[in-house]
Design a protein around this ligand. Structure first.
Ligand SMILES: Nc1ncnc2c1ncn2[C@@H]1O[C@H](COP(=O)(O)OP(=O)(O)OP(=O)(O)O)[C@@H](O)[C@H]1O
Length: 623
């Protein structure tokens, strides 16, 4: 192959620019990224060699070597992993195939200040070399290809790169950084060693550097030809818990997740029994930008006996725990486990159940013992946990205890248990209301009687709430009851006098009610007198078992058909506006529709015919 000059994909140019400009203050991470790529390449070789032992050639020991040349001003990271063919080098080092890149770029454009944190979340990879280098040369040969099929890739990290064929005896990849002016600090064993210690100790392969000794004559450290291992070379999760420091766990998390913030909690266990595995699981403290993408790859990596198998093993964690990061290393699964097999394996099922339980325990512990931390967690991930109520029936009870709400008594962090402990004597149900926003929920007319009686109502305004509530009907034996569904039956909470008064009022109002029903027959299924209102003239409710107006709107927004069912209008017979109906024959029709429109708007609905409403109001005001 002749030397070819090719252009980077547009996104790569953007990434290059951002990486080199935004990450300068943290430039040493280039070594972490390149060592991590080298280690991934070795993992890939080990995996491919499971079916083709010949790929090891004469080098069965996988390793990474880091060296430098003060004269040439270069640092080289070499591995004897899978390597790249010429096509692969062009494709992998010239384009970005990662899903989510576009979204990532869009986010960066919107918010320049957050650059560094966002880039951290994304993972910068190979291109981070250009933070310290003004030219990078990659020489590589894919395992299984002949020495003549090597490739040299080279670029100054601007718009273009060059590729040409070379002969490379040993398989694997050498990445050579030609340091920029002023980056001489990296031409030092001590400096490189300390970066490796900081970021790459957990890498399970040996990372080798040339040994240095003291030259008494020269009175300085000199490098020898001997290589020594400079990292611990034991995968962190294989070490015993007591040997790993909190700082090491946190550093490992950083590398696993590219999250710049420390995790909220983590758990590390060796599970024995029917199936044996090690789990190291983390709960991040901040939601990633693509949390809502239910198809995104999961954060848990699967290893089998320390061999990396795959990093989007969704079979290992339920979808609603997609924010969990970590590693699961199984001792029992076959090394050549396929995705299909994963879905069906009983061992995997046991691992998934065990890991789910672990995460829930971690959350329960936070909720119990570190309330502030849990509140932080809930703010970031609460809405995702709610998906679990419908998806994970086996753990529904545990999940229900983890839920937190706003209520008419507290703006946040109300658990079902808190609610139950505050229930009034004679109160049998847990009351809630759903709405588009918290403000709408809070100001809903349906709450008036509950306020008056000092009854707490949970306020739900997350999109998933309606869906969640279709799966959760009770807590601790107490039914969950929407205050906007069915007639209010406060049962034992209403005294005899109130009941009597309401009955009398309803009786007296009957003739007007019949007229109202007739006037609104195309809009309301029924009109009835209610005691749930104190200050408002009317409100909309739906029949028990019917879909709430809020859910119907959500479905409509999502482009789905909501079953057409008319609501019920409930009126407050004591309200002056309602009383007016009795006396005002001439304007009855306008007032009736206005009553309905108002109730509909207060509930968060939109009018089908706003112009008609405006005409009505104008008419009423101008008379
Ligand atoms: N040392 C290497 N040996 C073999 N292939 C490599 C090596 N370094 C990089 N590559 C190839 O280049 C691709 C791009 O690397 P890059 O570091 O930019 O992204 P990544 O490793 O896929 O993602 P991330 O760094 O976020 O995990 C890799 O996926 C891999 O295919």
């Amino acid at each position: 192959m002749h030397k070819q000059t090719l252009s980077f994909q547009a996104e790569v140019k953007q990434i290059l620019h951002l990486v080199t400009h935004s990450l300068y203050s943290n430039k040493e991470i280039f070594l972490r990224e390149l060592v991590s790529n080298a280690s991934d390449a070795c993992d890939k070789l080990r995996f491919e060699a499971l079916n083709n032992n010949g790929l090891y050639e004469d080098q069965p020991n996988l390793e990474v070597r880091v060296s430098f040349d003060p004269e040439a001003r270069t640092v080289t990271i070499s591995d004897n992993g899978i390597g790249m063919s010429a096509e692969e080098a062009t494709a992998h080092l010239g384009t970005i195939a990662k899903s989510g890149t576009r979204e990532f770029m869009a986010r960066l454009e919107g918010d320049q200040k957050k650059d560094a944190a966002l880039i951290g979340q994304f993972g910068v990879g190979f291109y981070s070399g250009f933070i310290v280098a003004d030219r990078i040369t990659v020489e590589s040969r894919r395992a299984g290809l002949s020495p003549e099929e090597g490739v040299r890739w080279s670029s100054e990290g601007a718009g273009e790169f060059e590729v040409e064929a070379i002969t490379k005896e040993k398989r694997g990849t050498d990445v050579t950084l030609h340091l920029r002016e002023g980056e001489e600090e990296f031409l030092s064993t001590w400096r490189l060693k300390s970066i490796i210690g900081k970021y790459s100790d957990h890498i399970s392969l040996p990372i080798l550097m040339r040994k240095e000794t003291w030259d008494a004559e020269k009175k300085e450290q000199v490098t020898t030809d001997e290589w020594e291992t400079v990292n611990k070379a034991a995968a962190l999760w294989t070490r015993s818990k007591s040997d790993v420091t909190d700082a090491e766990y946190k550093e490992f998390y950083k590398q696993l997740s590219y999250d710049s913030e420390p995790p909220l909690a983590y758990t590390h266990n060796r599970v024995e029994g029917r199936t044996e595995y090690t789990q190291l699981l983390y709960i991040p403290s901040k939601a990633p930008f693509d949390l809502w993408n239910r198809d995104k790859r999961g954060g848990v990596k699967l290893y089998v006996k320390r061999v990396f198998i795959m990093d989007d093993a969704e079979a290992l964690m339920p979808v609603y725990l997609r924010f969990v990061k970590g590693v699961i290393d199984s001792a029992d699964l076959p090394l050549n486990v396929s995705r299909e097999l994963l879905q069906e394996s009983r061992d995997v099922k046991a691992i998934r159940e065990g890991s789910t339980k672990r995460v829930l325990s971690m959350l329960e512990d936070l909720a119990e013992n570190q309330k502030e931390q849990y509140a932080k967690f809930w703010e970031q991930f609460g809405a995702v946990i709610k998906e679990g109520i419908g998806e994970d029936h086996a753990n529904q009870e545990r999940l229900a205890k983890l839920l937190r709400f706003a209520s008419t008594q507290a703006d946040s962090d109300v658990s079902f248990a808190d609610y139950v402990s505050r229930m009034k004597e004679g109160q049998e149900a847990i009351y809630y209301i759903t709405a588009e926003t918290l403000a709408a929920a809070k100001n809903s007319p349906q709450l008036e009687i509950f306020r008056k009686k000092g009854l707490e109502v949970l306020l739900l305004a997350d999109r998933v709430d309606e869906w969640m509530l279709s799966h959760l009907v009770e807590f601790d034996g107490k039914p969950l009851q929407s205050v906007a569904k069915g007639a209010v039956d406060l049962g034992k909470l209403q005294d005899e006098e109130e009941k009597k008064h309401a009955e009398e009022a309803a009786e007296a109002f009957k003739p007007v009610l019949e007229k109202l029903k007739a006037a609104l027959k195309d809009r309301a299924k029924d009109v009835r007198v209610t005691t749930r209102l104190v200050e408002s003239p009317a409100c909309i409710v739906v029949e028990e078992g019917d879909m709430s107006a809020h859910l119907a709107r959500l479905l409509k927004q999502a482009g789905q058909q909501a079953p057409k069912s008319q609501p019920i209008l409930e009126v407050n017979a004591e309200h002056p506006l309602v009383k007016k109906l009795e006396a005002d024959e001439a304007r009855f029709d306008d007032l009736a529709h206005l009553l309905f429109d108002q109730a509909w708007l207060a509930e968060g609905g939109q009018l089908d015919n706003p112009a008609e409403h405006v005409q009505r109001v104008t008419r009423l005001l101008s008379e």
